[in-house]
Design a binder for this molecule. Structure first.
Ligand SMILES: Nc1ncnc2c1ncn2[C@@H]1O[C@H](COP(=O)(O)OP(=O)(O)OP(=O)(O)O)[C@@H](O)[C@H]1O
Ligand SMILES: [Mg+2]
Length: 261
């Protein structure tokens, strides 16, 4: 197929071509609640996956298992062909490959915008400060907030803070970015400035998994939609397939609710 496959097949690990993110037979319980049920998911390099589904269906939990903010009870999760280790240095390294942006911005309140972006590259990647600051300024420019670099997070709007959060994740050069409802805490007029950054990232070839209710974004940027309900993946397909021809009653009902507002 692509050059990419050939390179992967010749990789030193000697493994066959693999997916960038792979979940196989993943199961998770919270006590008696079976929150993830036999989740099987493959995401290739450059793919943009949008995850939708009713509240409580397990979307956030699934995202959080991928960078192991949550453990799983059985199954396997691989990032770039490597199974997520339980703990230790290997886990920290693999976790650094996965950027995550949440609903709340989670910036360090007592550090400047620039420091927020340079902190992990300096501490975790041992990048020298000049280099880290140069890269951070480039990233801040890319998301349109470079003029805010010396301010504190509380001096920025929600949309600006969320764009800083994206820049901060990108500073670690992640192989994949996870977004969990990154715009749902924003005032409506700030939603698009964040979605525009995400669309650009997608167009530049970033591999992305996004939980979002922004169906305009899903149609514009997603290669694939995954529909979850009750801890299961019930449907997967292209945006056209999913939005125009949902197969299950659950998906039809879900779409009729969200598309009427
Ligand atoms: N730490 C936890 N302990 C116990 N139960 C939890 C925990 N986190 C989530 N749950 C439960 O697991 C189920 C899935 O939650 P999850 O947050 O993954 O859903 P979601 O699809 O992201 O929903 P939403 O659209 O509301 O964000 C829910 O029933 C939730 O109450
Ligand atoms: Mg959630």
């Amino acid at each position: 197929m692509s050059e990419n496959n050939t390179v992967e097949q010749l990789s030193p690990s000697g493994e066959n071509a693999h997916h960038l993110v792979e979940l196989e037979h993943v199961e998770k319980y919270y006590g008696n609640l079976h929150v993830l049920r036999d989740i099987n998911l493959k995401v290739d390099k450059g793919e943009v996956l949008v995850i939708v589904g009713p509240s409580g269906s397990g979307k956030s939990t699934m995202c959080r298992t991928i960078n192991r903010l949550e453990t799983i009870d059985s199954g396997v999760i691989r990032i770039d062909g490597q199974a997520l280790p339980q703990e230790g240095k290997g886990l920290a390294q693999l976790r650094a490959e996965v950027g995550m942006v949440f609903q709340s911005f989670n910036l360090f309140a007592n550090k400047t915008i620039l420091e927020n972006v340079t902190l992990a590259p300096i501490k975790v990647r041992h990048m020298d400060r000049d280099q880290a600051e140069k890269e951070a300024m480039d990233l801040l420019a890319r998301v349109g907030v470079d003029s805010q670099a010396m301010k504190m997070p509380s001096q920025l709007s929600g949309g600006q803070q969320q764009r800083v959060a994206i820049a901060r994740s990108l500073a670690m050069h992640p192989k994949v970015m996870l977004f969990d409802e990154p715009t749902s805490a924003l005032d409506p007029e700030m939603v698009n400035e964040v979605l525009d950054v995400m669309v650009e990232l997608a167009q530049e070839g970033m591999t992305m998994l996004c939980v979002t209710h922004e169906m305009g974004f899903a149609r514009k940027a997603a290669n694939k939609i995954v529909f979850m309900a009750d801890g299961q993946i019930l449907e997967r397909g292209t945006p056209d397939e999913f939005f125009e021809h949902p197969q299950t009653e659950r998906a039809q009902e879900f779409l009729s609710k969200i598309l009427t507002h």
